[in-house]
Design a protein around this ligand. Sequence first.
Ligand SMILES: C[S@@+](CC[C@H](N)C(=O)[O-])C[C@H]1O[C@@H](n2cnc3c(N)ncnc32)[C@H](O)[C@@H]1O
Length: 240
Amino acid sequence: MTKRRLTEAEKAFAAKRAEVLDRVDAAYVASAPFVFADRITVTAALSRIELFKKIQDIPGAIIECGVYKANSLMLYMHLSTILEPYAINRSIVGFDTFSGFTGIDPEHDPSDINTSMFSDTDMSLIEQMIEANDLVRPVNRIPRCELVKGDIARTAPEFVKTRPDLVVAMLILDTDLYESTKVALETFLPYMPKGAVVVLDEVAYRNFPGETKALREVLDLNKVELKRLPFDAAAGYFHV
Ligand SMILES: C[S@@+](CC[C@H](N)C(=O)[O-])C[C@H]1O[C@@H](n2cnc3c(N)ncnc32)[C@H](O)[C@@H]1O
């Protein structure tokens, strides 16, 4: 969430946690992530688990548009490895510039965002953790998780040309922006079988209207059974 204003209580929580984090190293945090996670991070994890359950019986790819530090993407990799270790027809593909917002549309996206937002990420670190998890994954000779770097407006249409086997079980739209969401919907929807799930991380959300506008332009909203998860602030999903 780029534009959330923190409450005084949340600022106090962040300050207290920073004090605690000063006392430990990264290995300690990695060994007990829930000790340090905030409510929003845990809520996001819970949402992803609920959404994953909806596509467990649908073959094909989980495509995430907007990966950032890969917290969600890697959670999907863990869920897939643990719950469907032998699903060799499941791939998890993350699309991002890995250098921040790209293709901000002044007409459709907020005026107070810029291209440096979400640039504090490291693609090589994510790749190394995919490789590390592959070491202990069954049937690891077949890749499960991959990253596609670049502007989705270009990379998504290029990607589908390289994958004649492509079926998309779940499309996660989380770039927060209009153009990339629209291109992703137009590109991947034809590869989604009936029952597959489209997730919009910020739908009907005033601060980031781009995802919603793109959805309305690509599909007739009257024909989309858009739903929310009861505990998640802004995410929505629908079955194709
Ligand atoms: C809200 S973050 C994604 C958060 C992530 N899904 C998670 O759950 O942690 C939005 C991401 O979209 C990416 N992004 C924005 N516009 C893009 C574009 N046109 N092409 C590729 N990535 C883009 C940004 O680089 C950023 O990492």
